[in-house]
Design a protein around this ligand. Structure first.
Ligand SMILES: Nc1ncnc2c1ncn2[C@@H]1O[C@H](COP(=O)(O)OP(=O)(O)OP(=O)(O)O)[C@@H](O)[C@H]1O
Length: 303
């Protein structure tokens, strides 16, 4: 099974609400936790791993509360975003220390086994401070998996990792998901999440904003109204023409340009040049005015 369930979970720090009334359920396979910086992803993962108590609501694994539950800690591995602070240890010593902390009956064998899984047997004799970013991620994953937990949580595992190592890491996580582990990784990059996750949970400003497979999330993001700045040889006349277009939701006449809110991006972009030509207008500029990821997320929250 291995279902992680958050039920109206909140976490605040003084008067900062980092996680606000989040309810969601994460099962076996790979799930992506998508959200912009500061959305509360790290706080959510710390609560899921039992490192932080929820201020309200609950976090359970297969019905058991995670917080202060040693039996449940054995079922969970967390790969934090922060860098390793034991650069003087070899990869093998670092993983072994984690095996010892878990009091594994054969810590040496468990260490060798997991070094093999993450493909780090050969570099394991070297010090951590000689590793590339991708290798550091893999050794952190080995340390989080050495006790064979059913759940693996990874905070921004691909940040700063080069493309080849990223593929390697993605393959590893995919394999773990296929083996039936519950794998949850956070990211602020939609493309990254789309490539790997069977299921996506979106959080924005501490709130749960959306949930679904990548098709559903992509549709939510591309079907949203988009605002364009348009400049032409006669903005006033173009505004009147645009108002009659089905794909246009609103037009604002500014000093130098038009703000055009578009529902259907595809047909607007295809139709605009023809419309201008037909009425002898010249287009000088067509540029999206709110394409930041933050605005996409803001739309999802406001729905
Ligand atoms: N220990 C803390 N004390 C005070 N505020 C905190 C603490 N931890 C997190 N916060 C605040 O809670 C909010 C969510 O932070 P969190 O780190 O969980 O977000 P995030 O989505 O992981 O972002 P990032 O990817 O930038 O780390 C932020 O406003 C942050 O400043």
């Amino acid at each position: 099974m291995s279902d992680l369930v958050l039920d109206s979970a909140s976490r605040w720090f003084g008067n900062v609400v980092a996680v606000n009334d989040v309810s969601l359920s994460i099962g076996p396979g790979v799930t992506g936790l998508l959200g912009p910086n500061g959305a509360g992803k790290t706080t959510l993962m710390a609560m899921m791993a039992g490192y932080l108590a929820p201020s309200a609501g609950s976090v359970t694994l297969d019905g058991q509360p995670v917080w202060r539950n040693t039996a449940i800690y054995r079922q969970i591995g967390l790969v934090p975003e922060r860098e390793l602070s034991f650069g003087y240890l070899t990869g093998r010593q670092f993983v072994r220390a984690n095996a010892d902390l878990h009091k594994l009956p054969d810590a040496a064998a468990a260490t060798e086994r997991i070094l093999g899984v993450v493909d780090m047997v050969e570099p394991a004799a070297r010090r951590l401070d000689t590793y590339s970013k991708g290798m550091r991620q893999r050794i952190k994953i080995a340390a989080a998996l050495v006790h064979e937990p059913a759940v693996l949580l990874l905070d921004e595992p691909f940040n700063g990792v080069d493309p080849r190592q990223r593929m390697h890491l993605m393959d590893l996580l995919r394999r773990l998901g296929d083996q039936g582990k519950t794998v949850l990784f956070s990211s602020h990059i939609l493309e990254e999440v789309e490539r790997l996750a069977r299921h996506i949970e979106v959080v924005v400003s501490g709130r749960h904003a959306a949930s679904g497979d990548f098709g559903a999330i992509r549709r939510l993001m591309t079907d949203r109204p988009v605002q364009y700045a348009v400049r032409s040889s006669d903005n006033r006349r173009l505004a009147a023409l645009l108002m009659a277009e089905a794909s246009v939701r609103a037009v604002g006449l500014r000093k130098e340009h038009l703000d055009v809110q578009v529902d259907d991006l595809g047909s607007f972009a295809v139709g605009l040049p023809g419309l201008a030509r037909q009425h002898d207008l010249t287009l000088f500029e067509l540029s999206p005015s709110d394409e930041s990821l933050e605005s996409v997320f803001a739309y999802l929250v406001a729905r």
